[in-house]
Write a protein that binds this ligand. Structure first.
Ligand SMILES: O=C(O)c1cc(=O)[nH]c(=O)n1[C@@H]1O[C@H](COP(=O)(O)O)[C@@H](O)[C@H]1O
Length: 224
């Protein structure tokens, strides 16, 4: 079985980031590079991490007018990421154009409702109804737009799986039992996310901030 865990490398310094990724390399299935890393190191940083040979997940969470998002997708072709994120809330035309502009081996997945938000936050953004309904609505939009899948929390992934059988489903906000949630509000354990139908589990601080990141990555792998 391929390891579904992607390490979120949310670290601004290049050398420590590459070193961390190298140290846990055999116990994760891929590396996720997000805004912090990409803003600090751009294409060069992605190339450096790419040398480790693991699949790369470029988490840019693109959200803009369709033309701008398509342009950004073209601009990252050379990096050949395995996965790229856009925000589902950007709307159907943006999602369609993002997919059309992506490299042929890149999966485009749409972030539904950030795992750092709960229903109170949702109401404050003007959306009434449950987090569950909002995730399913945006997942349906992503599916209609021809995307490969979505990012959602472990609370909704089973419901998304039942409405989108072959969707590629990514779950962040994953915490090993008793792990500190930090700014995450909708969390589940790695095993729960996997059992509920996730294809990829995104794990950051439970590994990167552990006293022994290798032991933490191994311990998560053993629960799966
Ligand atoms: O798209 C993501 O990866 C993402 C979506 C989401 O809803 N929540 C979320 O936490 N993430 C990312 O997943 C990672 C979670 O990191 P930790 O909370 O440290 O495990 C971060 O890199 C976030 O940017």
């Amino acid at each position: 079985m391929t390891n579904p865990v992607y390490l979120a490398l949310d670290i601004a310094q290049l050398d420590p980031a590459v070193e961390l990724a190298r140290s846990v390399k055999s116990h994760v299935g891929g590396i996720k590079l997000g805004l912090e890393f990409f803003c600090a190191h751009g294409h060069h940083g992605v190339h450096e991490v790419g040398k480790l040979g693991l699949p790369l997940f470029l988490d840019l969470k693109l959200h803009d007018i369709p033309n701008t998002v398509a342009g950004a997708m073209y601009a990252i072709h050379a990096l050949q990421p395995a996965i790229v994120t856009v925000h589902a809330a950007g709307g159907r035309a943006m999602l369609e154009d993002a997919k059309a502009a992506a490299g042929k081996d890149t999966r485009v997945v749409a972030v539904t409702l950030l795992t750092s938000l709960d229903e109170r936050d949702l109401v404050r953004t003007g959306v009434s109804g449950s987090a569950h309904d909002q995730v399913l609505r945006l997942a349906e939009l992503a599916q209609l737009a021809g995307l490969d899948g979505v990012v959602c929390s472990g609370h909704e992934v089973a419901a998304v799986r039942s409405q989108w059988k072959d969707g590629f489903l990514v779950v962040p906000g994953v915490r090993p039992d008793n792990g500190a949630a930090g700014d995450q509000k909708r969390t589940v354990s790695p095993r729960e996310a996997r059992d509920a139908g996730a294809d990829v589990l995104v794990v950051g601080r439970p590994i990167s901030r552990a006293e022994d990141p290798l032991a933490a990555a191994r311990a998560i792998e053993e629960t799966l």
